[in-house]
Design a binder for this molecule. Structure first.
Ligand code: UDP
Length: 336
């Protein structure tokens, strides 16, 4: 299939591009490189441009005879969405609607959309099933929910076939060490802890230990980035005009912040000093997927569900790219 990966230079998108290519699909990446990296695009063809440029999007869809779109390009930090909601409504709603309209104009009606467990807000029941009410507690979750609803309406009215995949915590790196996670600034737990192991940070700050969880720290469901990608492939095969797939993507197992740090100590052999900090605004105590619907609907299950394995893949990447992509480029290694 000819697949357009929007945001394919980002963390999850770049792993998707690699998997699509390995499965024999023809991949075109559209990315404005605002947070992604050219060097992360190790397969397919990169078009550098903005999703708000409808003419460009249409041209890419037509020129490459695109049959399906995967949409990863978005702003995805809960805290930032609270302090700078305009950015989130612009990037996650306006630009995404522009993509949907370009698709309609060019008769492309298949899309896999990156959604999030943040659309649930603070769940009544954990593990979270898809039957949980969607009541986001931050602008990030709201913007993703807007597009989920738009897709339902586009399916009904315009025969779109869509999948809204609600990610839990994406983690890890390509097992072959070729690509990995690089954010600037980094805010995610596992890369931050591994940066402490690399002596790039003095300690990891634990954001609160007074939550109603077994050890008092927040519990999350960490899912390997390749497993997310494999679920997208399964969804892509199952897209049907006028129908939608809405599923959680997690492993179904939760790990506390303390557990994550301990696993990182075990994998890296470093002491990793920790400091107790205050709660981070907007953090629900526990987000764990009930992953049974994805298993059933997509005939998919995580191949790398074990947290230690996930951290091992991340550690391989961080050791070989201690300063991520940019610095590698700066010292003369060729991108991609
Ligand atoms: N966390 C932490 N210290 C940090 C970064 C994150 O204690 O320096 C916690 C955070 O409060 C959350 C968990 O680690 O409970 C995962 O956070 P991350 O930002 O990786 O993902 P999120 O759950 O926000 O999507």
């Amino acid at each position: 299939m000819n697949v357009l990966v929007v945001g394919g230079a980002g963390y999850i998108g770049s792993h998707m591009v690699k998997l699509l290519d390995e499965q024999g699909h023809t991949v075109v990446v559209l990315d404005n490189l605002s947070t992604g990296f050219q060097a992360a695009v190790i397969a397919g063809q990169l078009v550098t441009g903005d999703l708000n440029d409808r003419q460009l999007v249409c041209q890419v869809l037509r020129d490459h005879k695109i049959e399906a779109v995967m949409h990863f390009a978005a702003s995805a930090l809960v805290g930032e969405s609270v302090t700078d909601p305009a950015r989130y409504y612009q990037n996650n709603v306006v630009a995404a609607l522009n993509l949907l309209e370009a698709m309609r104009e060019c008769d492309v009606n298949r899309i896999v959309f990156s959604s999030t467990c943040a659309t649930y807000g603070i769940p009544d029941v954990v593990p979270i099933t898809e039957a949980e009410k969607q009541m986001p507690v931050n602008p990030y979750g709201f913007t993703k929910l807007v597009i989920e609803q738009a897709l339902r309406d586009y399916a009904r009215a315009y025969d779109f076939g869509y999948a809204s995949l609600r990610y839990f915590n994406a983690a890890g790196a390509a097992p072959d060490g070729s690509i990995g996670e690089d954010h600037d600034p980094e805010t995610h737990l596992i890369p931050l802890v591994l940066q402490v192991a690399l002596d790039q940070r003095p300690h990891i700050t634990v954001f609160g230990d007074d939550y109603p969880t077994p050890d008092g720290t927040c519990v999350r469901d960490y899912i390997h980035v390749n497993d997310l990608g494999m679920a997208h492939l399964a969804a892509l095969e199952r897209l049907q005009p006028g129908q939608g797939i809405e599923v959680n993507l997690g492993t179904g197992t939760g790990h506390s912040v303390r557990e994550v740090i301990d696993v990182c100590r075990e994998v890296t052999g470093h002491e990793i000093p920790e400091v107790m900090g205050k709660r981070r605004a907007g953090d629900p105590p526990e987000l764990v997927a009930d992953a049974s619907k994805a298993r059933q609907v997509l005939d998919w299950q995580p191949a790398l569900p074990d947290l230690k394995t996930i951290v091992e893949t991340a550690w391989r990447w961080h050791q070989s790219h201690p300063h991520g992509y940019e610095k590698e480029d700066a010292v003369g290694q060729s991108p991609g």
